[in-house]
Design a protein around this ligand. Structure first.
Ligand SMILES: Cc1cc2nc3c(=O)[nH]c(=O)nc-3n(C[C@H](O)[C@H](O)[C@H](O)COP(=O)(O)OP(=O)(O)OC[C@H]3O[C@@H](n4cnc5c(N)ncnc54)[C@H](O)[C@@H]3O)c2cc1C
Length: 369
């Protein structure tokens, strides 16, 4: 039997950033909003909760908020206070830990050098393998740091993360990762980097706490009966699923998260995330207390195992996938009564701040009708 709807103006499918921000904007503008998510909770992939030992963990992998957009920060600040946090990552190569993204300290420690900034720039210039045009991820990395660093830090990590060779992935994947001649060891360099003071879930609860918003979790869009009673639908799930996979399924990379609590261990690793490019089946380990600042006599970590099957997490950036998405996008753009927004609906790797921006724009579009 289908899920019976109440007569609301707008149905929003998915309670992650895309759905929740759109719902709030429409509610603030006086619309009645019914927000559903097939999962048993709000927050989408940013959902966090206390584990059974009382440590705040991110159930779907580490989420660090960073943005250069003051407007997005101000918007979210309506629903949360912040804890300043700059994420740092170390990569294990041949049993030793090195700053990642690669910076001058990485070079000096790895090769026993004492380069200054100009020396590091010369080093990269000497070892790089110029590529023209730069089409794939392999091109990007070889073109900037050369073969040895490529093999030590990127090649096997990419194989694990994507199940593909770097030469099979579009340039944009590797272009996300900078290479530095200075000693800046922050993972992100955005003007604003912070974590919601009481966690993401609390921030979502505040965002959705509005008399015009009704939230139902554990409800799949496929089970909603009587869609006609809604004036408009905002859909943040996978666009191919919306159209019954009529052109075929859009490829995604999935992850298995292995959470572990270490009782009596106050600190497991020196920084928030340690990458294992060459060893183990997992890509990285994150220790949440670095991110959240929580004090606790034990600690909780998560290992990420990339896999082909499972929840869709990362759109796989290849030309043929982009072409397939374009076919679905053409259908989506022709819809009058449905707005598609978010990383699954737009088949795009979006950071959280970008999704907030996209959702604010989507809400503006709906209200302008
Ligand atoms: C491992 C990992 C780490 C990340 N780390 C960062 C980071 O550090 N910083 C950063 O800025 N971004 C990060 N991101 C990206 C971030 O997760 C996304 O930008 C954000 O979650 C996207 O929000 P969304 O609402 O578009 O999608 P989602 O959060 O996925 O929400 C979509 C929701 O729709 C629901 N849904 C789907 N289909 C249906 C259906 N048929 N019926 C009902 N509900 C449905 C899903 O259950 C889901 O809850 C990370 C992503 C991953 C996978």
């Amino acid at each position: 039997m289908g899920y019976q709807v109440v007569n609301r103006h707008v149905l929003v499918v998915g309670a992650g950033f895309a759905g929740s921000v759109t719902a709030r904007e429409l509610a603030d503008a006086g619309r009645q909003v019914h927000l559903i998510d097939k999962r048993g909770h709000i927050g989408g992939n940013a959902y966090d909760e206390l584990d059974s030992h009382g440590v705040l963990v991110h159930c779907y992998g580490p989420h660090i908020f960073h943005t250069n957009a003051e407007r997005i920060l101000q918007y979210l600040s309506r629903f949360t206070e912040w804890r300043p946090y700059e994420h740092r990552v170390l990569g294990v190569v041949e049993g030793k830990l090195y700053p990642f993204p690669i910076n001058r300290d990485t070079l000096n420690r790895l090769y026993g050098l004492q380069l200054d900034e100009a020396g590091a720039a010369e080093f990269f210039e000497r070892v790089r393998e110029p590529r023209d045009p730069v089409r794939t991820s392999e091109d990007v990395v070889l073109n900037s740091v050369g073969r040895d660093l490529y093999e030590k830090f990127f090649l096997n990590y990419t194989r694990k993360q994507w199940g593909l060779e770097p030469s099979q992935l579009k340039a944009g994947v590797a272009a996300r990762i900078p290479v530095r001649t200075n000693t800046d060891d922050r993972y992100f360099t955005d003007a604003f980097q912070a974590m919601p003071l009481h966690g993401y879930t609390r921030m979502f609860e505040n965002m959705l706490d509005h008399p015009n918003i009704r939230v139902d979790t554990g409800v799949d869009f496929a089970d909603v009966a009587d869609l006609g009673s809604y004036g408009h639908i905002v859909y943040t799930g996978p666009v191919d699923a919306f159209y019954g996979f009529r052109f075929g399924a859009l490829p995604y990379r999935s992850l298995r998260f292995e959470h572990e609590h270490l009782a009596g261990v106050e600190r497991y690793q020196a920084v928030g995330t340690v990458n294992y490019p060459n060893d183990h089946a997992y890509t990285r380990i994150t220790e949440f207390k670095h991110l959240t600042g929580q004090e606790h006599p034990g600690t909780s970590i998560v290992r990420e195992y990339p896999q082909a099957e499972g929840e869709p997490y990362y759109p796989i950036p290849r030309d043929e996938n982009e072409a397939l998405f374009k076919r679905y996008e053409a259908l989506a753009l022709a819809e009058d009564a449905v707005t598609f927004v978010g990383r699954l609906a737009q088949y795009r790797y979006y950071n959280m701040d970008q999704v907030v921006g996209a959702a604010l724009a989507a809400a503006r579009g709906i209200l302008a009708r």
